[in-house]
Ligand binder design. Structure first.
Ligand SMILES: [Zn+2]
Length: 300
């Protein structure tokens, strides 16, 4: 079965997806927390992450965010999954391997959840579908996977490379792909949003640029702490304060639209100035994530 057919067959529809989301909604009094599941890492000079970064090496992490709302868990991204070695061998072109790699060992999210006695999630939201975010999707067969409509179009055309969607990661016909309908109106400077539980605690926004359909996620925990998970729009939170793009070679290789990505960075810069209490969590920023702590620790 082709990837396109598999995805088409699994597609249920926006209305059904939202019906499930709202049908499963819990009240605003539900406890909300998250835990960062670090699946792997590597070191990189900061200068490779954003324009104007220093020479010192910083930790680049590959993480999945486990969001808990009442009794419901979902993953925002999956980090590196159990089959990453095989996926990488199949779909990462040789010449790009010096730029895009991971160190061993890796500890997949599914294995960490199992070890802690946490049931496998049934829902995954992807910030975008690049290899280091979608690798673990196939470790959760039968899960529904939420992506934005433009990202679904990319997934239907899966191919090779660091800036592509890998057939080895999205081709499992047991995955149920759903398009996010940003129907909840403007939110904190974003024109559109989806309030996942209808209580303002978890809000998805389109953050198109790094990929055609990248998605950001705001989370407000039960204690009132607020976070914005901005995927790969930046690789380092330091780039937000400075309003800087990625290192030029990196943005050439991985940003689908570098200009639009920089606009998204600057929107975050402005947001941070207006709202200094909001913590930005880029997908790969080991400094920010280590400060928050890793699974099985929770941020409440
Ligand atoms: Zn990434």
């Amino acid at each position: 079965m082709t990837v396109r057919k598999a995805i088409g067959r699994a597609w249920i529809g926006i209305a059904a997806a939202l019906a499930l989301a709202s049908g499963a909604a819990a009240g605003p009094s539900e406890k909300v927390s998250f835990s960062i599941i670090k699946t792997g890492d590597r070191l990189s000079p900061e200068s490779m992450l954003f324009q104007g970064g220093g020479k010192a090496k910083v930790e680049v992490v590959y993480s999945a965010i486990l969001v808990r709302h009442g009794g419901q868990d979902f993953l925002f991204d999956t980090g590196l999954g159990a089959r990453i070695d095989d996926q990488y061998a199949r779909d990462m072109p040789g010449w790009k391997r010096r730029f895009f790699y991971y160190d061993k060992p890796i500890v997949p999210a599914r294995a960490q959840l199992a070890k802690a006695g946490v049931p496998a999630v049934r829902r995954i939201v992807l910030s975008h579908s690049h290899w280091d975010h979608a690798s673990g999707v196939v470790d959760f067969p039968g899960a529904e996977v939420w992506v934005s409509p433009p990202e679904r179009a990319l997934i239907a055309k899966a191919g090779h490379g660091a800036d592509n969607v890998w057939p080895s990661q999205v081709g499992d016909p047991r995955l149920i792909w759903k398009s996010i309908d940003f129907s909840s109106g403007p939110y904190l400077g974003f024109e559109r949003s989806l309030d996942v539980y209808g209580d303002g605690t978890v809000v998805l926004v389109p953050q198109y640029g790094h990929t055609a359909g990248s998605v950001g996620m705001f989370v407000t925990t039960s204690s009132g702490r607020r976070f914005f998970f901005c995927g790969d729009t930046v690789w380092s939170a330091a780039a937000i304060d400075a309003g800087r793009p990625k290192f030029w070679l990196a943005r050439t290789l991985v940003d689908a639209d570098a200009g639009m990505t920089l606009s998204q960075v600057r929107r975050m810069t402005a947001l941070h100035r207006r709202d200094p209490g909001l913590t930005f969590v880029p997908a790969h920023d080991g400094r920010v994530q280590a400060r928050l702590g890793y699974f099985p620790a929770w941020v409440e």
